[in-house]
Design a protein around this ligand. Structure first.
Ligand code: ADP
Ligand code: MG
Length: 342
C-alpha cells in the first residue's frame, strides 16, 4: 500500500544547525500521526518540508507515492493549521472559512453553502457573521480548522494547534479533533511538545531529538518499551540508570529505565519481597498529585530516582530526610539502547 507521506533520508540544514537530520518515515492514509519532541528538535521543519514551504538539502519527500520534493506548496494536497490561527481580522468568520474556495474561484452561493457546512462541523454555525476579534481562543482555533479543511485536503498538518488554549479547553479540543479526524478520514500530522497530548490522541508517535527520530511507535509501546534514555525520560519521565549504577543494580552496564509507579518505597526494616532489586536512599521531597504522590529519593550512590506512592498505601509515614529502601522486580526494568539510532 502506498503511504500518504514518506520521507526518504531527509535532511534540512541551516548554517551549522542540522534541523532535520536523516529522517525516514512512512505515514499511512487516514492515520493520526504525532510528532513529539522538545522545542528545537525539528518538528516544524518537518511539517514545512511536507507542505513544501521548505525544500530538503538531501533526501526525498513523497505524497501518495509521488515524489513532490521539488513541487511548490500549491501543487500539494496538504493544508496547515498554525498555533496562532493566522485568521484575516477584517473578514467575518464565514469569509475566513470560504477564503480557500474564493481563491479557487468557486461560485459565490456554493462558497457560502460549503463554508456554512464546515462551520456546522466545528460547531460555529451561529457565529458565522462575527469577526475573529469577537471570538474566544478556542473558537478562533475552530475557525482556522474549518478554513484548513474547506478544500478537503488529503493531509492536514497541525503545528501545536492547542498550545495557546488553557487546560480545560485543550482537553475538550483534543477529543473534538480526534472525533473530527475519525469522521473525515483525513491523515492528520499533529505536532506537539506535550507528551500527554501525543499519547492520548495519536495512532503512532515519532519522538524527535535534535533533528532525528529516536523512536517511532504506538503510544503504548513508547510508554512501556522506550528504546532510549531520551524517550524514557521525555515520555512519562522514567528513572534511567546507566553505567556503574546499572551494573550495581541490575548486574549489567546496559542502561535501563524503571517507571516511578513500578518502584516500591519502604522504610528500612519493613518487610520486603524476595524477588526484587533493592537500593537504599534518602527521601528528599514528596510532591502531592492527588491520587498519587511522587517521592524524590537520593540513592546512596548519589543519583535521584522518583517513586510513586498511592494515597491508600499509608504514605504519611514518609517524611523528607528519612532513610528509605526502593525496590522493584527485574521484569519491570526496560533495557535501553545505549546510543540514539543512526
Ligand atoms: P521545533 O518545531 O521542534 O521547535 P524547528 O523545526 O522549528 O523545531 O527548528 C529546528 C532547529 O532549526 C532549531 O535549532 C531552529 O532554531 C532551527 N531553525 C528552524 N528554522 C530556521 C530558519 N529559518 N533559519 C535558521 N534556523 C532555523
Ligand atoms: Mg515548532
Amino acid at each position: 500500500m502506498t503511504s500518504a507521506i514518506e520521507f526518504k533520508d531527509v535532511s534540512r540544514v541551516y548554517g551549522d544547525v542540522r534541523a532535520v537530520n536523516g529522517v525516514s518515515l512512512r505515514i499511512a492514509t487516514g492515520e493520526f500521526f504525532a510528532m513529539l519532541g522538545p522545542s528545537g528538535s525539528g518538528k516544524t521543519t518537518c511539517l514545512r518540508l511536507i507542505a513544501g514551504f521548505e525544500a530538503p538539502d538531501s533526501g526525498a519527500v513523497l505524497l501518495d507515492g509521488q515524489d513532490v520534493t521539488s513541487r511548490p506548496p500549491y501543487e500539494r494536497d496538504v493544508n496547515t493549521v498554525f498555533q496562532d490561527y493566522a485568521l484575516f481580522p477584517h473578514m467575518s468568520v464565514l469569509e475566513n472559512v470560504a477564503y480557500g474556495l474564493r481563491v479557487r474561484k468557486v461560485a459565490g452561493a456554493e462558497q457560502t453553502r460549503r463554508a456554512m457546512e464546515m462551520l456546522e462541523l466545528v460547531k460555529l454555525g451561529a457565529l458565522a457573521q462575527r469577526r475573529p476579534s469577537q471570538l474566544s481562543g478556542g473558537q478562533r482555533q475552530r475557525v482556522s480548522l474549518a478554513r484548513a479543511l474547506i478544500n478537503k485536503p488529503r493531509v492536514l498538518l497541525l503545528d501545536e494547534p492547542l498550545g495557546a488554549l488553557d487546560l480545560k479547553l485543550r482537553e475538550e479540543m483534543q477529543i473534538e479533533l480526534k472525533n473530527l479526524q475519525r469522521q473525515l478520514g483525513i491523515t492528520f500530522i499533529f505536532v506537539t511538545h506535550d507528551q500527554g497530548e501525543a499519547l492520548s490522541m495519536a495512532d503512532r508517535v515519532a519522538v524527535f531529538n535534535q533533528g532525528r527520530i529516536e523512536q517511532l511507535d504506538t503510544p503504548r509501546m513508547l510508554y512501556t518499551r522506550p528504546a532510549t534514555s531520551f524517550v524514557a525520560r521525555f515520555v512519562g519521565s522514567a528513572n534511567v540508570a546507566e553505567g556503574e549504577l546499572a551494573r550495581r543494580l541490575m548486574g549489567s552496564a546496559e542502561p535501563f529505565a524503571i517507571r516511578a509507579e513500578n518502584i516500591r518505597i519502604a522504610l528500612p526494616g519493613e518487610s520486603q519481597d524476595d524477588n526484587v532489586i533493592r537500593c537504599n536512599g534518602k527521601l528528599l521531597d514528596v510532591q502531592y498529585h492527588g491520587a498519587m504522590s511522587r517521592c524524590q529519593v537520593q540513592l546512596d550512590t548519589g543519583e535521584i530516582f522518583a517513586a510513586a506512592v498511592s494515597e491508600h498505601s499509608g504514605n504519611g509515614r514518609f517524611a523528607p530526610g528519612c532513610a528509605v529502601v526502593l525496590s522493584w522486580t527485574a521484569s519491570d526494568a526496560v533495557q535501553l539502547r545505549s546510543e540514539p539510532a543512526a
